[in-house]
Each structure stands twice: as C-alpha cells, then as structure tokens.
Design a protein. Structure first.
Length: 199
C-alpha cells in the first residue's frame, strides 16, 4: 500500500495493482455452456511446466502458456471478446468502482486473542497463573454435555478467500498496466488478485 493526495489535498490510502495484460483463452456461451462468461489468462509459463491438456487449451486460443486462468461472468452486454483478444487496464475508468478478491495472508495456527480479538484475563494477580491469553470457559458440563458448533477457539487463521467490495479506482496508468484503487486489497505483496468491475 501507499498513499496519494487528491485535488483537495487529502491524503488517501491506496493500493497499486498491476492489471494485465490478460489474454482471452475461452468464451463461454449460453448455447454451448449454458451461461455467458469469458476466461482470461495472465502471466507467462514455459511449455515444459505446462500440462498437455492446458497446452492444448492455450494452443486452441493461439496464445503461449500462462500461469493463471480466471473466469469472469460480469461484463458489458453485447461484448465482442474472442479468442486471443488482449484485455488490459484500458477497460477501467478513473472514478468507477470494482471488487477485488484474493486469498488472505496465511497466519498459521493462532490462539483466540489473535484470531478473534479475545481480551484474555488482563489480570496477572489474584491467583491467575498462566491464563492471560486463555479462551476461558467453552460451555456447560452435564447439560448440554457437548461443545456447540461454531465455538470460537484457537485454530488455523488466514489463507481463505476474501473479497473487498466497492473499491474506487483513483488512477489508471495505461502505459504501465497499473491501476490505483482506494483502500486495501486482500493477500500479501505479489499475490494474484481478481478484479471485477460493475456491469
């Protein structure tokens, strides 16, 4: 993340995203697939590290092997995208809103204080020994004699799919294939994100 200044001199936190260029590798239609969508590919990959099935898929589209494939079902009605077309940041306009989804940072196995913002005991005296970051009671004993589903306890944190909604596009740099969106997006630096515009 970084920050920019708007016309009023206000400092705005933003995220810089390299968006493309992407290649159209498949066009789904209602007649053949039952729904309308386009598949975009991004990033270069050698033929050596590509399976034969995927290599045939890319060859049909007339493009070199790519690292990532994603499908987009939301786009303007009457689009004329076809195999091999390039989709880049010129599709976006400053001031419009997009959704950005990716896998969040994985944080491993964490306790309840880090995972769910539990307060802990907050009192090292009065008989407390090693309970400062403990979860406390998780339920009654004889009735119901079990732990309810969804109980907030320690466990794997992060690494799940997250979508940030309604992020405003602040700047578009077509020569560098870069867009600048307001706010933060999920995932660590360098992760692959999916940007969906509102149709």
């Amino acid at each position: 993340m970084t920050s920019i200044y708007d016309a009023d001199g206000k400092n705005i936190p933003v995220t810089v995203i390299e968006a493309g260029p992407c290649v159209v590798t498949q066009v789904r239609t209602k007649e053949v697939d039952g729904y309308e969508a386009i598949q975009l590919a991004y990033g270069e990959k050698t033929e050596k590290h590509t399976t034969k099935a995927l290599f045939g898929h890319f060859s049909k589209a007339g493009v070199t092997p790519k690292k990532t494939l994603m499908e987009f079902s939301r786009f303007e009605a009457g689009h004329k995208k076809k195999f091999g077309d390039i989709v880049d940041v010129t599709e976006f306009v400053e001031g419009e809103f997009v959704d950005v989804s990716a896998y969040a940072k994985g944080k491993g196995f964490q306790g309840v204080v880090k995972r769910y913002n539990f307060r802990g005991v907050n009192d090292a005296t009065h008989g407390q020994h090693n309970r400062l970051r403990a979860p406390g009671s998780i339920g009654a004993s004889s009735d119901p004699s079990r732990v309810f589903k969804g109980m907030r306890m320690a466990g794997q944190t992060g690494g799940h799919k997250v979508k940030a909604l309604n992020l405003k596009i602040m700047q578009v740099f077509a020569d560098k294939n870069i867009i600048v969106v307001k706010g933060s997006v999920p995932g660590p630096n360098g992760t692959i994100v999916k940007i969906e515009r509102w149709s």
